[in-house]
Design a protein around this ligand. Sequence first.
Ligand code: ATP
Ligand code: MG
Length: 459
Amino acid sequence: MGNPETSTGSANIIPSVTTPISLRVIPRDQHTISRKDISPNAVRVLYRLRDAGFGAYLVGGAVRDLLVNGHPKDFDVATDATPEQVKQLFRNCRLIGRRFRLAHVVFGREIIEVATFRANIDDGSGDREMENGMLVRDNVYGSIEDDAIRRDFTCNALYYAIEDFSVRDYTGGFEDVQARLMKLIGDPEQRYREDPVRMLRAVRLAGKLGFQIEEKTAAPIPQLANLLNEAAPARLFEEVLKLFLGGHGVASFEGLERYGLFDVMFPESGKALRSNRSGALRRMLIEGLANTDQRVANDEPVSPSFLFALLLWPAFCRTQATLLKQGVAEEEAQRRAADRVTLHQLTTIALPRRFSLPMQEIWLLQARFGSRQRKRVFRTLTHPRFRAAFDFLILRQVASSEHASDVAFWREAQQQSGRELESALDDLHTQDADDAGDEPRKRRRRRRRPGAPGAPAAE
Ligand code: ATP
Ligand code: MG
């Protein structure tokens, strides 16, 4: 039953994936997945489905992660029951999604996603929509084989069957996991054209799992990287968070750079990194991402605002330098650079305002760290973004040693009581006044002229 509302004539013709399908069953004693490593709620869902006579499998990232001894963050279930049938089995179930209709079984804070097997072939029996070769709606139910080959990578297409605890492999994924290989199912170019975000997933999962991207899977990425411009900016925002806040940000960055994907996602930062001959901006970016990875490993919070401040800092510095060269006054140049970089970036990645505003504040506070004027010092210290901006200043030391005295001053300022700080500033000002008598230039040491070596543009 075709859906007349979504049918788009010839755009509805789906190229089929030409992968030979053969089933390999890996019995319980030949793999490492144990029920005790699976969320008890997922196990409950699997058994309930099986007891009702349906096929019930753990699938996707969870199976893959368990096979490499990882700790899956979510457990997805695949079944031949329709979403409506799933709903009837679980009182705590709601149906969601337009593009993918899914059942969510809710256990307090844990949600087990239950998806009905879907196919990648449009025989007119389901609800599927294509636009320019890209999938925009995808609700064709199918067999488990269909479901396996419409997945992206072979390592993501493994099924753990609750009925006999075996792993079912239709695409060679089990071997690829052992060989630590990311391999696309089907023709790589076609699969990237269908969904360009798969290029990012290849890089992200390779980074996370320590896998290599198989040669044929990697080869088309540089030529097709530009297709990412057609991906939904909101989806790219989510992917960026997964790439850089998932604990493997450095590996993600290196992978994105290697395949020309970083330039498509962050064109202005890409340009700035390339034109920065000293490599200081790149070192700072890598250090910032490494710190973020460390924080994730320690279970410390990480913020999208700080991340984007870091990723777009090269673009901000470059834009600011251009404006300063055009004769725009320093403060105005900072403000305009912040706005311009944010605006341009929004065309590829939908960075919500609740993150872009703090990101800009982190940048703009950098210029205030040079001031020792009492009122300004207190205003900076009590700014809601002070802590993040100070962390950012610390990071800038990687690019330039000239921030060391500012870092020392603000580190101390945070530890002092209001009164101690006031008297320290008084001392500083007396000292400055004394110095002014014999060495007038010193008083101006914090006022950076456009293009001067200390201005962020030069980093
Ligand atoms: P992680 O959760 O660690 O980020 P994952 O592989 O579980 O990785 P999800 O986004 O949770 O990623 O997707 C779950 C499963 O859905 C994948 O393992 C894969 O089988 C399938 N999948 C996800 N995205 C795509 C895609 N763009 N194209 C085809 N299949 C996909
Ligand atoms: Mg997942």
